[in-house]
Design a protein around this ligand. Structure first.
Ligand code: PEP
Length: 239
């Protein structure tokens, strides 16, 4: 199992439904990983084995996994299959999956357990909508997501939490630095067990804001969508 405490920060690229063979070749020709940090690239599943993985500070990640382990579930990929293919990380509960594919906390909990059982590090995504933020429900929503979607077997050594306010994803909007710090420190204080968890921030991270966000005490890295598709920008963010 990868020792997450070896890294000062963890940066995860979420390509979503983007990329092709040419893009991948060019990406890895130009990718400059910082040895102090852990860099993870999450591509569409079909390309996972084309990604580079040095097993030291550069890893590959899936964007989703089945809640089932085997059986008649056409189109699904199990945690065991990801493990067979030496995939080390997997996003779970991304807001696009929660919203577009109706994933509930219970489903995310099952997926996370399957990953843990296969020694794959789940990156459990949580976040509030704009309406929830504006009605001061952020902490309540996050606490519910954490309590219901993170199984007992998760700990700071085998799992990561990503705080991604839904209204900040792909919009160019971000919470203020104070707000990010407050939410991250809240997440770590929900229960003693979460105190040592790595908590990443995601949502419109760019070259212009990444340094300030990463300097925050309770931010342990970033989950990056749009800016991870531009290798020059991604290099600057992870440097
Ligand atoms: C994401 O989809 O996880 C994400 C953070 O996207 P973006 O960086 O484009 O806001």
């Amino acid at each position: 199992m990868i020792n997450l405490s070896n890294f000062s920060s963890i940066f995860i690229a979420n390509w979503k439904l983007n990329g092709n063979i040419q893009f991948i070749d060019k990406y890895y020709e130009n990718l400059l990983v910082n040895p102090k940090n852990c860099t993870v690239v999450c591509s569409p599943n079909i390309y996972l084995n084309r990604l580079k993985n040095n097993n030291i500070n550069l890893f590959t990640g899936a964007q989703d996994v089945s809640q089932f382990n085997e059986g008649a579930y056409t189109g699904e990929i199990s945690a065991n299959m990801l493990s067979d293919e030496k995939i080390n990380f997997c996003l779970v509960g991304h807001s696009e999956r929660r919203q577009l594919f109706n994933e509930s906390n219970e489903v995310i909990n099952a997926k996370t357990s399957n990953l843990i059982n296969n020694d794959i590090i789940p990156v459990i995504c949580i976040g509030e909508t704009l309406e929830e933020k504006e009605t001061n429900l952020t902490k309540k929503v996050l606490a519910k997501q954490i309590n219901e979607s993170i199984p007992d077997g998760c700990n700071f050594e085998n799992s990561i939490i990503a705080y991604e306010p839904i209204w900040a994803i792909g919009t160019g909007l971000t919470p203020s630095l104070d707000e990010i710090e407050e939410v991250h420190s809240f997440i770590k204080s929900i229960n003693l067990k979460f105190e040592r968890f790595k908590v990443l921030y995601g949502g419109s991270v760019k070259v212009s804001n990444s340094k300030d966000i990463n300097k925050l005490d309770n931010v342990d890295g970033c989950l990056i969508g749009g800016s991870s598709l531009k290798i020059d920008e991604f290099n600057l963010i992870i440097s």
